[in-house]
Design a binder for this molecule. Structure first.
Ligand SMILES: [Zn+2]
Length: 325
């Protein structure tokens, strides 16, 4: 192990000590006593700062935007309630001990390098139920975005975020178009399941939704709630893969039509593809006919999405005269 590297256990120790308000000098001393390794004061403090970056809004502010289309995914912490049993429980509002909060989010500008996935979570905070800092990061991105791409985000992510924004005193972010890939796939395809896991398993080759191997099922969330740093790192990877696989899935299904959203307009690149944003150009692909019109059709060279020209090729010809007489 190199001098600068720390084990998960050592990192966990530093974060927990910091959370309980121990000073840096005390932490360094305790660290050396406990692990019997020589790490410098600066190394210990820097490794903590690197973890802390994940919960800092300016981390997001410093990333450069390359598109106006944002792919995002959030994870929430569950609400906690007093219940009398396991089955068929009817939980009244006054039985709620702790309402749900946002645990983490991952986001990426469409077309940006996979290395540029942005991410924040509540690790290392004294109160992991305090999501104000990570909401501030998400709010900034949403305020900049003109369009967002999500999986089930119209019903879930956007509404959950809005609920936390208004509760935490944020203004509404600038409005944005919303492409919900779940709705797109349900509209066009009769798959057995339209969940991200199934869809990315079938259609994606580069990124598939990750399965929870290390922390199975609910344990990933319950370990995060305990402040387990390893669980947070697992959540980070899982959350980032959701965004990367969603981007790949979006680009697979977008050519089939994503509704009234035009990415070339949104990104300010008039010759680009409406669906995938590619600037590789289009091929002519037959004609579209109406009762009195004939229009050139094109297909995107990259994704195959079809568009058509607005110019009627039959204007002022004998066809149009006959039909309108
Ligand atoms: Zn395209």
């Amino acid at each position: 192990m190199r001098a600068k590297e720390f084990t998960d256990e050592q990192l966990q120790f530093i974060v927990e000590e910091k959370q309980t308000g121990t000073t840096w000098h005390q932490i360094v001393k305790k660290f050396k006593d406990k692990f019997k390794v020589d790490k410098s004061y600066n190394a210990i403090r820097n490794i903590f700062r690197r973890e802390e970056d994940k919960a800092r809004p300016d981390f997001v502010a410093n990333t450069k935007r390359t598109s106006k289309v944002l792919i995002l995914d959030i994870e929430t912490l569950p609400l906690e309630a007093y219940v009398w049993g396991l089955f068929d429980q009817n939980v009244a509002l006054n039985q709620i001990k702790q309402d749900w909060t946002v645990l983490s989010w991952a986001a990426k500008w469409l077309g940006d390098s996979p290395k540029k996935v942005m991410y924040m979570d509540v690790r290392g905070q004294k109160d992991i139920r305090d999501d104000k800092k990570i909401l501030a990061g998400m709010w900034k991105l949403l305020d900049e975005a003109d369009c967002v791409i999500t999986q089930n985000g119209i019903k879930f992510d956007a509404k959950k975020l809005n609920a936390r924004f208004i509760q935490q005193g944020f203004m509404a972010p600038s409005s944005y178009k919303h492409i919900d890939v779940l709705r797109v796939t349900k509209k066009h395809f009769g798959f057995t399941s339209h969940k991200l896991e199934h869809m990315t398993d079938i259609l994606c080759t580069k990124y598939k939704k990750l399965k929870h191997n290390e922390f199975s099922g609910f344990s990933l969330w319950s370990e995060c709630m305990k402040g387990n740093l390893k669980a947070f790192k697992s959540m980070e990877k899982y959350n980032q893969y959701d965004v990367l696989s969603l981007e790949e899935l979006y680009l697979k299904v977008a050519p089939w039509g994503v509704g009234a959203v035009n990415l070339s307009l949104i990104n300010g690149t008039p010759d680009a593809c409406n669906a995938c944003g590619s600037t590789d150009g289009k091929n002519k692909a037959g004609f579209h006919y109406t009762q009195v019109g004939k229009y050139q059709k094109y297909k995107c060279k990259l994704c195959g999405h079809e568009t058509r020209d607005g110019v009627n090729l039959l204007e002022d010809t004998k066809f149009i005269k006959r039909n309108t007489r």
